[in-house]
Design a protein around this ligand. Structure first.
Ligand SMILES: [Zn+2]
Ligand SMILES: [Zn+2]
Length: 387
């Protein structure tokens, strides 16, 4: 019977001893396996996973390993379960947990910092100095589910209470999986960037973070908000999420177009979500003097950058890793108040058993897929429930 020291459960939510879990073998190889249902410790709960979205970073991890870090190295053949953008229902409480109730619906953010390093003490838990130090005899308390610890392509997972975000019943499971994506864009713009109303923003690359970056920037009062990209169907969704202008970079010079829309000076912020080879240089040319460039994409190759232009123009350039500073809570507040409709980027739902098909849809953008969600319950296997 499922139990652990000091762990509270409820008859209303019976918990099995084992669960279905997808496990990463060699690069690109996922296998459906049985694993023990994990048991929460102090400051942790067990979440029954009701929905999990596939992220471009999952595809990166499954094929190339990085940025996952398991037992100090690549995640292959280590019985590792990827997946990090999930939501669900709290079904067991670790010892002493009274912040959440059994039966409560939550979505999760990814990083639980160690709580004791310099960055965690500053509230920068996504930059924890004990990143990945949580295996064997090393237990610094750091978890990043789906990166350094088991993730969400399974039926249950333990989460530190600091990673939970309560959601209202008016928010669907699918929408709740998008809170962390919106929270990532928000962290880049507000906590790291300092955006206030009336400032101008360009988002380059209409992927999920870019599209929700547009939505968050607009909800924050940015003006104008400009989205650039190569696919008109994605740019159209960007307009629906609040972009004042969209620029198809195939049709015009993107730097000139941005400047034309901002009295020749360029914008206060660029959020770079494309990872394109010349994206950083274009970003620094379209930002104004003293402006800020947030880098949110992972390019595969090293990128030459016009450093002299950055220095001459006092431009700030910063990377963003994940959600940080509880930005997910602020993103959830925008979403539950319907300040923007994140479900516009959710395109497909599959059963958990069909994860390989779901991944193929996400990777090959079959049927214009943007965010593909898998669910352990309520979706028949081998059936596409497109919205
Ligand atoms: Zn993600
Ligand atoms: Zn830390």
């Amino acid at each position: 019977m499922y139990a652990g020291p000091g762990v509270k459960t409820s008859k209303d939510f019976p918990i099995p001893d084992t669960m279905k879990a997808w496990v990463l073998g060699n690069p690109g190889e996922l296998k459906l396996a049985q694993k023990p249902v994990p048991v929460p410790k102090r400051a942790e709960v067990l979440v029954r996973i009701d929905a999990v979205a596939i992220c471009a970073t999952d595809l990166e991890i499954i094929d190339h390993g990085s940025p996952a870090l398991i037992q100090g190295g690549k995640p292959f053949n280590k019985n590792f379960t990827p997946g990090h953008e999930y939501m669900g229902t709290v079904v067991a409480l670790g010892p002493g947990v009274d912040e959440y109730k059994i039966g409560q619906r939550v979505t999760v953010e990814i990083h639980a910092g160690c709580g004791q390093c310099k960055r965690c003490r500053e509230g920068m838990y996504t930059s924890c100095h004990n990143y990945g130090l949580n295996y064997g005899d090393v237990d610094k308390g750091h978890r990043a589910n789906g990166f350094t610890t088991d993730g969400g392509f399974c039926e249950y997972q333990v989460n530190n209470i600091n990673t939970l975000v309560a959601i209202p019943d008016t928010m669907s499971d699918e929408e709740a999986t998008l809170v962390v994506t919106a929270g990532t864009a928000m962290y880049g713009l507000t906590e790291l960037g300092g955006l206030v109303a009336g400032e101008s923003v360009v988002v380059t690359g209409p992927g999920p973070i870019g599209l929700l970056g547009v939505a968050v920037a607009k909800a924050m009062g940015a003006q104008p908000v400009i989205l650039t990209g190569t696919r008109d169907n994605r740019l159209k969704i960007g307009r629906e999420l609040g972009a004042d202008h969209v620029i198809n970079v195939r049709n015009e010079n993107v730097v000139e177009a941005v400047k034309r829309l901002n009295a020749g000076k360029g914008v206060d912020y660029v959020v770079e979500c494309s990872g394109a080879p010349n994206a950083v240089n274009e970003a620094i040319y379209m930002v104004n003097r003293g402006g800020k460039v947030c880098l949110a994409a992972f390019p595969h190759a090293e990128t030459p950058v016009d450093v002299a232009h950055i220095v001459r123009n006092n431009i700030y350039l910063y990377g963003i890793r994940g959600e940080g500073k509880s930005a997910t809570h602020r993103a959830e507040a925008f979403m539950s108040q319907k300040r923007f409709d994140a479900t516009k980027i959710h395109t497909h739902t599959f059963a958990l058993d069909d994860l390989p098909t779901a991944i193929r849809y996400a990777k090959e953008r079959i049927d214009d897929a943007i965010k593909v969600v898998v669910k352990a319950r309520g979706v028949a296997a081998h059936q596409v429930a497109a919205e």
